[in-house]
Ligand binder design. Sequence first.
Ligand code: PEP
Ligand code: MG
Length: 572
Amino acid sequence: MIIIKGVPASPGIAIGRAYVLEDEEIVVSRQEISPERVRSEVKRFKQALERTHLDLDAAEARVLRTLGKEHAKLIDAHRLILKDPLITKEVTQRILQERVNAEFALSETLERVNQAFEKIEDEFFRDRRHDLFDVGKRLLEHLLRKERKPLSALREPAILIARNLLPSDTLHLREARVLGFATDLGGKTSHTALLAQSLEIPAVVGLSDASHQVKPGDMVILDGNQGLVIISPGPEALQRYEKAQVKEKKEERALEVLRGLPCETADGKRVELLANLDTLEDARTIGALQPDGIGLFRTEFLYLNRTSAPEEEEQVEVYSRVVESLSSLPVIIRTADIGGDRLSDLGLEGPKEETNPFMGLRGIRLFLRYPELFKTQLRAILRAAIKGRVKILLPMVSSVGELKSARRLLTQAQAELVQEGHVFESPVEMGMMVEIPAAILLLDFMLEEIDFVSLGTNDLIQYLLAVDRVNEHVSHLYDPFHPAVLRVLHMTVEAVHKKGRWVSVCGEMASDPRAVPLLLGVGVDAFSVSPRMFLKIKQTLRTLKAAEVQSLFQRALVQPTSEEVHRLLDER
Ligand code: PEP
Ligand code: MG
């Protein structure tokens, strides 16, 4: 029995025989092209582009048929890459100017882009290079006239082991009856990992050399919860995991019955359970969970991967669609929390490179620097508010002045809209994210300016503990159970309730079943959680007794270390 540890990419347990996908290295050599052949070499490259487009069309049709529209988005992303001047223009220019073969020109371009990607600090954006390679590999295969080894060779359900899986491969895994997969490469926010999660296929990535250690046909346990791959497990491990698997399946089925049930504690306290919304596509699936509303609509996706900010009309359409799809439920729309590191994308002036973007020009700071941008979004949100129950949430607030400025702009925007003939039946509430410790210390003043508060524990923990939330070297110090975190949660809830206001938690801590008793115990009014954890959190809340967790929290509050907080939770 051999156990290898990697990065848990998609939860769940899979047990089965290994199907090892051999990694075919594509070797590209440089060839000089004579001046008279250069044009036909460019033509050959264009034909490969054309064939790759056809591949994508076929893949799209298959994905639409089997997995639906949401997953077909990836194909669109690949089409954009294929049309990007980086691929079309740069490769053609290399062929023409350097008089080299198309394969070489392409692989040189891919290498240059890879180096640029390597420097990106944000893990999510760094991982987007896998999409580029996916497209690049397809193109190379057409140029070299190579056939892909299809997963159709897989005759029975198996666990797929590969050096790397391209996101487009991942889309076929369900059709190919793959039970789970493990790869040597990859990070937890790679497209491959994200797709595995939404397809609900257990996955472990970043295993270094699993593809060499596992032999075809080996018995394998894949533990996507802990990021483990167990090769040739002993009878005891096998039995333990089989039991765990049965239990997991049972738990999943049990969660389904919770859909229509109220979210209340075992002693009858009603708790508001809201969902976080990150993209427009999620809006449809979220409705089926029957949440009490959207507690955090992250609007950043509207501003990324483009060179100019979205116009008011485009935004109105997006927000209205969400508001209307949720009928009369409240929707809290957060003004965009775009950061200094993404400035150049929108063509704004300002520091192009910040040494410390998390402490830089992001969230409300950026919008107050560019009030027109801010006002456009405020107007769009206000117009959507006419169609339903909308509230505005401001990110990254650290001073009373910021709130006053935001209020001024909001009032101005609303006055303009009224002059233009829009009618507002009731005032639109404005709230703030509490995610910078300074805001907690000044909350009594800040509450004079706002209507409600949402606790952004993701950032709050990083700023309170001085631990960059995406830096793997200090990730062991990122600790939601740190007593200092509990203290600031307590201070926040006390201050907010003293003023008779409402407070929710929308950071990931609310989606962690282990943290839920503490959050309920401290007295937050609502949980806003990721859709994937929605039913699990509802289930957790329904097992708790409000009175009990209150005293649990009081005891947790006086512990000196997070180990002791955990011990208290274990004793429960
Ligand atoms: C948070 O910081 O907890 C939060 C919800 O905001 P984001 O994760 O979008 O920064
Ligand atoms: Mg945040």
